[in-house]
Design a protein around this ligand. Structure first.
Ligand code: F6P
Length: 512
């Protein structure tokens, strides 16, 4: 794998999977050989290679929570690490349950799995279900419910039958209020039709706090532990993906794991100079810290990858949205960019106007697949051509002169034409990366997700922060619990005037 200066021909760097799964073209990015050599030297200074070794050795890489990060071992590696065998034992229990559930072994036919979870217990499963489900399979469907807004639950259960539904409550901590609230709704929804006792047979729980799941009432043989050393946003490979195993079936699930495992082997064993995730991380730090580009726009030119921007928002911003140094070498900033995006070509009829003619810089990443259109070559070709066209147009831009010539060719002339041409000027010079997958097979998707996970880890090391903790999200949860009581009539305590006024307003609506 190479990342060459832009003046060199486009460089492919293959996903180091057993079979080639794709390439990342970075030649349109404002990064040249000098910059990449500097980033390579910086990575050496930051000890990136040693941190990668520590990750795969199961050493403590999550210092503030004093934990290793073992998500990658769920894809088959790390057998010499003691904690991994326990983790794989639980993974096998979940796989056995998935086979049983999909095979009608629970005493009822599972037509729908209702997956209840939020954040890392939701984004990954949602993305992979969209990416790998077959629309015409008569296997179980999966519905997702995450928000505390009960409308989300109402929509998730609309049109499905409790008699043929298996509810899986997924919460690493098993103390997330939204999931606890939706778990209660789900249990009541089941019990209204099936009665309490039978409702329990339609319930399962995934958590790294099995005791809490038990206290909530899940049966022992329906609790699937996930390891504390697997971060929520890195957990789709764990029993958090139980609903996927039931919906996709063991073969597609195992292929997904295989794709991730091949990327692990590449990241673990390939020198930094040709290591895909590490090189993309170096480029990210160069673009967002050295050049100060504040955001990254992810444009997935595949309907099946439409949830990728949401998934990456949590993976990258919850991992690297930090300002506290994790190593004596200190932090370099600004750290993680704002990640946003959508599915191509939808954005072209919306925010691409700003990408082409706005005054805000963003680093753009296109994801496209050579089997786009699922066999409909004409539409798949059109989709892919649009991705390439956007990348080309953002780089090339268009001068007012070129616009004038274009308008003149359409028979226009005079001051009115010149005025319009002035508005059609596009600065250009907007770089982008295009990740072009061979296909959207389970292996390719597995490799892609593992690539993003390792890229995020490597970028965190380069920024000098801990990519595995998320202390910043706790405060809002504490305040929400306090304000919930205040709106219900409790003493609001010392608060800013605006919040006090809002509580006062809301009391009229919500006082029970
Ligand atoms: O609040 C953030 C967070 O803790 C994420 O890190 C996590 O993925 C999500 O909430 C859900 O947490 P849990 O799986 O413990 O319910």
């Amino acid at each position: 794998m190479h990342i060459q200066p832009r003046e060199k021909a486009i460089q492919k760097f293959p996903f180091a999977c057993v079979v080639q799964h794709g390439e990342a073209d970075v030649a349109k990015q404002p990064v040249d050989a000098v910059a990449m050599e500097a980033m390579q030297a910086f990575a050496a200074e930051r000890g990136l290679a040693n941190r990668i070794r520590a990750l795969f050795a199961g050493e403590i890489v999550n210092a503030s929570e004093s934990r290793p990060a073992l998500h990658w071992a769920l894809r088959g590696g790390g057998k010499n690490i003691p904690a991994v065998s326990a983790m794989m034992h639980e993974a096998e229990k979940a796989a056995a349950f998935a086979r049983k559930a999909a095979g009608g072994g629970l005493g009822f036919q599972v037509r729908t799995v209702l997956h209840v979870g939020i954040g890392g217990s939701d984004f990954g499963p949602r993305l992979i279900w969209d990416a790998l489900r077959s629309y015409d399979s008569n296997g179980p469907d999966i519905r997702f419910c995450a928000n505390v807004d009960p409308e989300d639950f109402a929509e998730a259960v609309s049109g499905i039958d409790p008699k043929t539904t298996l509810v899986i409550v997924v919460s690493k901590s098993f103390k997330t209020p939204e999931t606890a609230s939706n778990a209660r709704l789900a249990r009541d929804w089941l019990a209204r039709t099936l009665g309490e006792a039978d409702a329990n047979n339609h319930l399962a729980a995934v958590s790294s706090a099995p005791d809490k799941a038990k206290a909530w009432g899940a049966a022992d043989d329906r609790i699937f532990p996930m390891d504390e050393a697997v971060g929520g946003r890195y957990s789709v490979w764990s029993p958090v993906g139980l609903s996927l195993q039931i919906g996709l079936g063991a073969e597609r699930w195992n292929d997904f794991l295989k794709g991730g495992a091949a990327m692990d082997e590449h990241f673990r064993s390939t020198p930094l100079a040709t290591n895909t995730p590490a090189r993309l991380a170096m480029m990210d730090v160069f673009l967002h810290t050295a050049l100060g580009i504040p955001s990254r726009t992810v444009l997935a030119y595949a309907h099946r990858l439409r949830k990728l921007p949401d998934f990456l928002q949590q993976l990258e911003m919850e991992s690297n949205g930090k300002s506290v140094a994790d190593s004596p070498a200190g932090l370099i900033g600004p750290t993680a960019p704002i990640v946003w995006g959508s599915a191509g070509t939808l954005g072209q009829h919306s925010f691409h106007q700003l990408l082409h003619q706005g005054m805000r810089a963003t680093a753009i990443e296109f994801i496209a697949s050579l089997d786009a259109g699922a066999g409909d070559k004409e539409r798949g070709r059109a989709l892919t051509a649009n991705a390439f066209a956007q990348a080309e147009g953002l780089l090339a831009g268009r001068s007012a002169k070129e616009a004038e010539m274009q308008l003149a060719a359409q028979g226009q002339s005079g001051p009115r034409m010149q005025e319009q041409a002035r508005h059609m000027h596009m600065t250009g010079g907007c770089g982008s990366t295009t990740i072009l997958l061979e296909d959207l097979s389970p292996q390719s998707v597995g490799a892609l997700i593992a690539l993003y996970e390792h890229r995020t880890f490597a970028a965190g090391v380069l920024w000098g922060i801990n990519p595995f903790d998320q202390w910043g999200v706790e405060r809002g949860k504490v305040l929400a619990a306090e304000l919930d009581k205040a709106i219900a009539g409790g003493n609001p305590g010392q608060r800013d005037p605006s919040t006090l006024r809002l509580v006062e307003r809301a009391r009229k609506g919500f006082r029970s």
